[in-house]
Design a protein around this ligand. Structure first.
Ligand SMILES: [Fe+2]
Length: 229
């Protein structure tokens, strides 16, 4: 399986503060049947500043360390970008990373304060990128209609594995299962941080049982091929 959303890269956000912790996270992922992971540290201006250069630098060091350690997993780099009104300027300046150097941008939004996600998707597309929206179940204000509009704009949709398994509660589980059933979801991923390692294999089993192997394979394996992994 491929995990397209993770905070495993150490020292760059709230995901992990040591190589040992990050190695443990990778080993946990491998034991879950994951063989490809996109590391998607936060781009959150207020929390971590403009950390893109540091992210790229740490990625190269970490990838070498993982290879030396013989952990059988392929690593790729992206960023989970918290959108604000400076997004477009940052894109123009080349300050942000896409998913594995593709045209796909991984975007997140404030969970509680309203953001016009459809409008962001539209504008990002107009600049030549394809938006991938992180954990859509988290945005309290995102309506079912807005989710459909997002898909119409060509955005791709990710949900968290812990929502699928019910680990975040019944409301989240219901929301994501309805979205998957409606064909609105493109990826299930962990959004893992150290100390809350998620079980992608459990989520895979839930999706397979409810919607069949073909859907499960798309959401956990093959759709990620869009990012040239
Ligand atoms: Fe995340």
């Amino acid at each position: 399986m491929t995990d397209i959303h993770s905070h495993i890269l150490p020292f760059v956000d709230d995901g992990s503060d040591s190589y040992e912790k990050s190695f443990k996270m990778l080993e946990h992922a491998v034991s879950n049947g994951v063989d490809k992971i996109i590391l998607t540290p936060h781009f959150k201006r207020r929390a971590y500043g403009q950390n893109t250069a540091k992210v790229a630098e740490e990625f190269e060091k970490f990838r070498t360390a993982v290879k030396d350690r013989n952990i059988p997993v392929k690593l790729y780099l992206g960023q989970e970008i918290l959108c604000d009104d400076r997004l477009y300027e940052d894109l123009k300046q080349g300050n942000l990373l896409t998913l594995n150097g593709s045209k796909y941008l991984f975007l997140e939004f404030d969970y509680f304060e309203y953001a016009d996600i459809v409008d962001f998707a539209y504008n990002v597309k107009a600049m030549g990128y394809i938006p991938v929206i992180a954990h859509i179940e988290r945005y309290k204000y995102l309506t079912a209609k807005a989710l459909i509009d997002l898909k119409k704009e060509g955005a791709l949709i990710q949900v968290n594995s812990a929502s699928v398994t019910g680990h975040y509660g019944r409301a989240f589980k219901k929301k994501v299962l309805v979205a998957i059933k409606s064909g609105l979801v493109d990826f299930v991923a962990t959004d893992t941080h150290y100390g809350r390692e998620e079980c992608l294999s459990d989520a895979y089993k839930v999706v397979k049982r409810r919607f069949g192997k073909e859907t499960a394979d798309k959401l956990f394996i093959t759709n990620a091929e869009l990012f040239n992994l």
